[in-house]
Design a protein around this ligand. Structure first.
Ligand SMILES: *Cc1c(COP(=O)(O)O)cnc(C)c1O
Length: 398
């Protein structure tokens, strides 16, 4: 077994910050991954929601290869065509007015936080503003993004984090109201909570928060890093609610396999917040990743990916509901579109490990949720194949 040796070598040098599963992936094709020993896996994780088109798509690969041969990096001191096109595309599909490209989701959140703080600083003439974030949220691992992440065990070793963050309960409008002070500059939340356990925002909640923000000139920051780019059944999940943010973050599937994120804002916020000198990035939005963004958006539109997710998600839900009702240790299902979770009363890590052994890649979330983030191009037969493997795994755990 080639993988055993490779894993031993890996642990000699890699900082052990992940408890990785004992699999060494080698290549992918469609919705399948293959490890170095040639074993096939059905992928219902897509590299944590990144690989929207699965693996080895020719159009995607050709576009990136062409850009590699042409130009991969310039820095942000100059213009380049891939970024100009990517900015136009991402603003068009989101309905937002301006974009700043980053290298990751966490960096998109950092930029969103700085933008909101500067907006309030210019309006009020002083700093010291507060941000309201949600319990069980996840916004990233950098110090700023961790400051608005509502999971205690991610945070506690690193205290003190950024000052002035208050936590409210997701889907509880009163708890948000209770945290508003005259210093509140922004409310940040995922439209659908991912890592925290697959909780979609309730429509009345999201609309209520939007109204509070409008009444008190508080900026609404919606984190669409996981739920955006077609996964909910719309290009961005907030578009299903008819609630538009002032600032939005994107990453994960934005480049469908290269490290790129973005924060987007309205003209109102852009006109009175960050100015040259306030923010920057060396790599952010380089020609290679912007070529990926352009190709991704083009392919999503041309292949009607959000529509595909929207029309097939009821089948995925039906199949998962059937599985849920067959096993006592499955308490239920939660999610939206191709972002689904089964709530378990048995250790979820164990299930993920056994599914992997059985050739199915799935994820966990929120401590007790089995999370499904399949490539957005899966078809009915892939859902059936997933359910068959999952039932095999569950049958052995009864
Ligand atoms: C993954 C994720 C992030 C962080 O993105 P990174 O690219 O890992 O920094 C932030 N917010 C949400 C909702 C995420 O799912």
């Amino acid at each position: 077994m080639k993988s055993k040796e490779l894993i031993q070598g890996a642990e000699e040098n890699l900082f052990h910050v992940y408890n990785r599963f004992p699999v060494v992936f080698d290549r992918g094709e469609g919705v399948h991954l293959y490890d170095v020993d040639g074993k096939e896996y059905l992928d219902f994780a897509s590299g944590i929601g990144v690989m929207a088109f699965g693996y080895g798509d020719k159009e995607y690969g050709d576009a990136l290869k062409a850009q590699i041969d042409k130009l991969t990096h310039t820095s942000n001191l100059y213009y380049h065509e891939p970024m100009i096109a990517a900015a136009e595309q991402v603003c068009k599909v989101s309905g937002m007015d301006k974009v700043f490209f980053t290298n990751s989701g966490a960096e998109a959140i950092e930029g969103a936080i700085k933008t909101a703080k500067k907006y309030a600083f210019l309006r009020d003439g002083f700093a010291g503003h507060e941000i309201i974030a949600m319990e069980h949220s996840f916004h990233g691992r950098t110090v700023g993004s961790l400051s608005v992440t509502g999971t205690e065990h991610y945070r506690s070793p690193f205290l003190p984090l950024m000052d002035g963050v208050r936590f409210a309960t997701f889907n509880d409008l009163n708890s948000v109201k209770e945290q508003i002070t005259d210093k509140t500059c922004a409310i940040v939340m995922e439209t659908i909570q991912g890592e925290g356990g697959l909780y979609p925002a309730e429509e009345t909640f999201l609309k209520g928060v939007r109204k509070l923000c409008d009444e008190q000139d508080i900026l609404l920051i919606l984190d669409e890093i996981q739920c955006g780019m077609g996964r909910s059944g719309a290009m961005f999940a907030w578009q299903k609610y008819g609630v538009k943010p002032d600032i939005m973050t994107s990453a994960k599937a934005l480049g469908a396999g290269v490290p790129v994120g973005a924060f987007l804002l309205t003209d109102k916020v852009a006109a009175s917040s960050l100015v040259p000198g306030d923010h920057g990035t060396t790599y952010g939005g380089n020609p290679l990743v912007c070529a990926a963004v352009n190709t991704t958006i083009h392919m999503m539109e041309e292949r009607k990916i959000p529509e595909h997710v929207e029309s097939l998600s009821s089948y995925l839900e039906e199949v998962l509901d059937e599985v849920a009702s067959s096993y006592d240790f499955v308490e239920g299902r939660r999610g939206m579109g191709f972002m689904q979770g089964l709530v378990l009363s048995i250790p979820v890590g164990d299930v993920v490990k056994k599914a992997l052994d059985a050739g199915l890649v799935v994820l966990s979330a929120g401590g007790n949720v089995l999370r499904f983030l399949p490539p957005l191009v899966i078809e009915k037969e892939d859902i059936d194949a997933m359910a068959a493997i999952l039932r095999d795994v569950f049958n052995k755990m009864k």
